[in-house]
Design a protein around this ligand. Structure first.
Ligand SMILES: NC(=O)c1ccc[n+]([C@@H]2O[C@H](COP(=O)([O-])OP(=O)(O)OC[C@H]3O[C@@H](n4cnc5c(N)ncnc54)[C@H](O)[C@@H]3O)[C@@H](O)[C@H]2O)c1
Length: 427
């Protein structure tokens, strides 16, 4: 909710500019762990590939995002940023972006839904030539409510799985009017950000919110995709007994062969002490599951939208609700059992912790910056659909990350190149 302490004018809306100095040190801390983005920024400063572009970004407003926004600004873009989730904003970082980096931000942690959408509208008042989304709320708003902006937009980028799914479905229905690059689908994004970033930070959020000991816990993870396998392996690493629920037979089989128990939620609901949804789907945990859960079960979500847990059903089954710790709501059911919902069912790693570590966002956001450059050069030649990240960008990010870690690898010899390229070899 926008509070009376928020500072509002035409150019930004953040909670409190007085938080800027704390935000600045966090932004600087994150920057140290983002060497690939630093290299991109250095080149952008001299080459200015985004000169004159107006760019609206709807991203989680975190210290890593601040470094991306500064990189885009140094590339010549006029950048404005709004939140891609009402609970993920770091208010001190938002303040510093405005105060220290002169980047307009529209985001306040805990803003209500009308404020969240009004902030998206404010970011669009910037009349962007390029969009940068995390969940496709910006593009959806352009296509449904701000169609007058379409002729001025050359293209955009998308950060997450759920956004890519939404955009592909827009393209299929013929409503997407400009090209988008699916940054999520780069190998150097989802193999690392979704798996290791979500894996670690989801547990970080649960631990910060509850101070639970994972060793010996029965943890149910729904969805064995890129995020789910990261969450499951990290929970197992802490000593939890992890159960997977899935709908895709191949992914379920993979979970079995990775050594996890796999079963339907109807069975898992009775066994779990902690439930983590990370499917990108809706109503994974619903009334019949709440009915079966143990007293004291902890429920949370790390998928993009807060629809994976049927919160209206939980509310209607409960006699009362109270906040017992920061980010923890206790629901008392009619039979006296208590269930604990974390972060209002929103991305728990951002609502109750700081989101992904900078080290992993380095790769995701280097991809974002390089894809913005790619779009600035090529968007006019691209069809209005969802495009993959060019392989050379993906590989360059991997190469630079390895270099920054001091890791060298082998190179193909001429003989090996020939062998791999020739169908007649090996016979
Ligand atoms: N928390 C974060 O910071 C963060 C980071 C990246 C992605 N995400 C979001 O996390 C979600 C998952 O992303 P991903 O990259 O792992 O996607 P993915 O497509 O790789 O995996 C999702 C998995 O969920 C399974 N699934 C779908 N419906 C299900 C159901 N009813 N029950 C059980 N399993 C079901 C699918 O079969 C699939 O295996 C998306 O919403 C994505 O946007 C969150």
């Amino acid at each position: 909710m926008a509070t009376s302490t928020s500072v509002t004018n035409r150019n930004y809306d953040v909670k409190d500019l007085g938080l800027a100095s704390k935000g600045k040190t966090r932004i600087e801390w994150a920057n140290q762990w983002m060497p690939v983005l630093q290299l991109v920024r250095k080149r952008f400063l001299s080459e200015r590939p985004l000169e004159g572009l107006r760019l609206s970004a709807c991203l989680h407003v975190t210290s890593e995002t601040a470094n991306l926004a500064v990189t885009l600004r140094d590339g010549g873009a006029q950048v404005v940023v709004c939140a891609s989730n009402p609970l993920s904003t770091q208010d001190d970082v938002a303040a510093s972006m405005v105060e220290d980096y002169q980047i307009p931000v529209f985001a306040i942690k805990g803003e209500d839904n009308p404020t969240y959408y009004s902030h998206i509208q404010s970011a669009l008042d910037h009349k962007p030539n390029m969009t940068m989304d995390d969940g496709a709320d910006l593009v959806t708003t352009v296509l449904t409510k701000r169609q007058e902006l379409i002729p001025g937009i050359v293209g955009g980028t998308e950060e997450t799985t759920t956004g890519v799914i939404r955009l592909r479905s827009m393209a299929k229905d013929g409503v997407l009017k400009f090209p988008i690059v699916a940054v999520n689908d780069a190998d150097t994004k989802h193999l690392f950000d979704n798996r290791y970033g979500t894996g670690q930070s989801t547990l970080d959020g649960i631990i910060r919110a509850t101070n639970l000991l994972f060793a010996g816990l029965h943890v149910v993870v729904s969805g064995y995709g890129w995020c789910g396998r990261g969450v499951a392996s990290r929970a197992r690493g802490l000593g939890a007994d992890v159960i997977i629920t899935e709908v895709d037979p191949t992914r379920a089989l993979e979970a079995v062969m990775d050594g996890f128990r796999v079963m339907p939620m109807a069975e898992a609901a009775k066994l779990g002490e902690v439930f983590i949804t990370v499917t990108g789907d809706k109503s994974i945990l619903r009334a019949e599951h709440f009915q079966a859960m143990k007293d004291g079960a902890v429920i949370c979500n790390s998928g993009h939208f807060n629809v994976e847990i049927d919160i209206p059903a939980l509310e209607s089954m409960s006699l009362g609700k109270r906040q017992t710790r920061e980010s923890v709501d206790e629901y008392t059911l009619r039979d006296g059992r208590k269930l604990y919902l974390l972060g209002e069912g929103r991305l728990v790693n951002l609502a109750a912790a700081e989101g992904h570590p900078a080290v992993v966002m380095d790769m995701s956001f280097a991809n974002q910056a390089l894809c913005a450059e790619y779009m600035a050069k090529n968007a006019k030649t691209l069809e209005p659909k969802v495009h993959t990240v060019p392989k050379d960008i993906d590989q360059a990010v991997a190469r630079l990350k390895l270099e920054s870690m001091g890791v060298a690898i082998d190179h193909l010899t001429v003989e090996q190149e020939h062998y791999l390229a020739s169908w007649s070899e090996g016979t």
